[in-house]
Write a protein that binds this ligand. Sequence first.
Ligand code: BES
Ligand code: ZN
Ligand code: ZN
Length: 486
Amino acid sequence: MPVSATSVSVTQLEADAVVVAVYADSPPAGAAAELDKATGGLLSRLIERKEISGKKNEITTILGPAGVKAHTAVVVGLGPKDSFDRGVAFRAAATASKSLAGKERAKVGYYLADDWSPEQAESGVAGSIVGCVGQDLYKSKKKHFPPGETLWSRVDKGALASGTILGDAQNLTRRLVNEPPSEIYPESFANEAVRVAEECGLAIEVWDLARLEAERCGSLLAVARGSDREPRLVILKYNGGKEGDAPLALIGKGVTFDSGGLSIKPNDGMVTMKCDMAGAATVLGAMQAIARLKLPVNVIGLVGLVENMLSGSSYKLGDVLRARSGKTIEVLNTDAEGRLVLADVLDVALQHNPSRLIDLATLTGACVVALGNDVAGLMTNNQPWCDAVSQAAGSVGEQVWQLPMFAEYGEQIKSEVADIKNVGAGRWGGAITAGKFLEEFVDGKPWVHMDIAGPAFLDSSKPFLDAGGSGAYVRTLVEVARVGSS
Ligand code: BES
Ligand code: ZN
Ligand code: ZN
């Protein structure tokens, strides 16, 4: 989707639509003030009459505004001035973009960035790219029409380019999550990764079944066994930093469909389980952006790809698995498969001597119970590292909340038969017992686990985002890599 700069004023741009913004607590300024003037004070009157309040994500569409060349003007609310940040910028642009995407439009001009910093403008550009794309991949009659051309006023070339890279990366993640499981399975996901790697110059290694067996990935392989689809493990390498500098490792859960296995999910719990590879898709999106941005860091991305199915060869309750690290695991629920996949992927990651690790996984329903749909749970063995990840998320407007990792939770996953078992003592604290399980496989290295079961997939759409895959935390991961390199 081409995005470029324009120096034409908001009133003079020949376009299908122009977008301006107003704060909730200050009079129209910049392009909004120009629009107000050209329309004989229309904006001021609408504000005066409280038709426009300027609250966050409020959209007012003005058709055929007098004195303006564009056919439509959209006014988006930014909320109070003192709460404006990159997250607000992203969502405001995405809200306008989503609203305009309801119809086919050739050219849309964004006049939002008059008083925005380059970082805020970058977020806005990304939002304008994400908002207009929907989950209607297979609908004959589309619901979302990205504009033929998107123009931004008062945004420097750098922010325009990086915002486009971030928006495209988030949309890549969303598309992979939104594709049906008949299209995205371990092998086809790995092929997508190869395509991305070739396009943006990442080194890539794909482990097939034989290699996974040779590497004794017994935990991942057990999950894969019930499926007709072969598993894969993909390793992406980006070397933008100094040679020999220990890389940041990003690890993703890539269960391309989670039926629950023999501990089969009820229909209601299974309907959205194509999204169970969102962690892997987030890592791939972030790796694409990090490479395209040419960040001066070393990063490796590792994703474990399996399909969790039922068949005569499925792994069973009571089975004892030997993970690649040598630890033995008693299986008491085949629906707690994500942690089994990650156990081996984390072990492979350690082999690359990372300085720090982050894993992303749609790991537990319990995390959604604890934090709701919009917030990822963070768990860690290293507080400063967790603070850094949390800070990065906050700065791009993505929400996270830390959960405790007290030793008592770890007691729950001890097994009488093997070293550990794959579920806790009961349902309670299920997000944390899952986190404790993963901690067993990071060998004390600074590590943050992000449980994205809630935010990765939206059941209903938001003003700024269609339902389905959200691409959440792609921008957080890129920000972590950026901060680490500055
Ligand atoms: N993929 C699910 C978790 C999930 C739930 C993701 C809802 C997205 C939305 C995971 O593999 C799972 O089934 N976890 C179990 C763990 C339990 C058996 C200990 C769960 O959350 O019920
Ligand atoms: Zn499961
Ligand atoms: Zn799962």
